[in-house]
Design a protein around this ligand. Sequence first.
Ligand SMILES: Cc1ncc(COP(=O)(O)O)c(C=O)c1O
Length: 397
Amino acid sequence: MTARTSKTKTMDFNSIAEVEDKYQVATYKKMPIAIERGEGSWVWTSEGTKYLDLYGGHAVCATGHSHPNVVKRISEQAQRVIFYSNLVYSQIRAEASQQLVSIAPAGLTQAFFCNSGTEANENAMRMARMTTGREKIVTFTGGFHGRTADAISATFLGKYRDLGKPNVPGHVAAEFGDIESVRKVIDADTAAVMLEPIQSMAGVCEAEPEFFIELRRLCDGNGALLIFDEVQTGIGRVGEWFFAGSSFAGGVVPDIVTLAKSLGSGVPVGACLVNARVAGHIKLNDLGTTFGGGMLAMAAVLGTLEAIESDRMIENASMIESRIRTGLTGVPGVRSIKGKGCLLGIEFEENCSPVHERLLEAGIITGTSSDPKVLRLLPPLNTRLEEIDLFIERLAH
Ligand SMILES: Cc1ncc(COP(=O)(O)O)c(C=O)c1O
């Protein structure tokens, strides 16, 4: 074994890729770049090449890469104390919880912190079962909720559910946007209806506000809870702090909102925001987590919320959407623009993977989706309009 030193030897791209591929179990098909540094909406590779990151580090870096306020918050916290669990109180956790609840839609009054989106959804479904004493969960074709047992069983998008076999019993699917299909499956055994309010991975699929209004009515009429999986839509991405409670949702506020991705600007953290009814059913030791609510993650949450607020990123997210809609109107091959704010799907006439590759060669990172014709953009909310213009120009030429 070679001696470890604190100084890391610089490796070129081929060596990095060879070593990672050798020592890591496969996950995603990787882009042929190694990221070394990031600032704002830009990342630099091991070879010094600069890319405009309109995929936001996998829908995560809402405040851009290494936002100074997030860096300050986490580095100050790391020097004070990195971690202690919910077995003790902590000022940074108190502040982060209060701040998060203060921006939440009216009625969502308490937070449960965990570490990821899938964990937030697992806990949301568990809380719904504890609150109602029922087991059945209704989700939607095309929805994605994560890869742990219960969340993958709630995921009726493509092949994912099968990857989680044997599935957790009690999951049924309705058709997104089709209230009659929900009416057919919701009943007195239903603990909750859970949905991504914009189905991102499915290709940025949207539903009308009336759908959410009817869904709320159906849940109330059947004594079931309503859960919004806002792992992608939450924390300002749609041009509002949350999809829940916005005009996009017809003002509907669910009983539980789940969050992750943008919440910590890249430091792993997830959360469930719940109303008083749900919180009232959770007793000591019903839920637990070692890492959830740890101080470093809470510093990242606080740093993120402060940055979004002080840099007026939510307004900017809406301006980005308008700029893209205007800029891509009439561009040959583009059929439509879907989504809201900084969660956008560009629908092409044909398979968009050649466009995705061409943009990467031109120095712009974008995302694909499970719809081969939909290119996804999940840029940092503070991406500058000149940077968006650069994308429009490179896409159009
Ligand atoms: C809508 C949605 N829910 C849940 C998840 C799972 O989150 P995580 O990968 O943090 O477990 C994702 C991840 O892409 C997601 O997009």
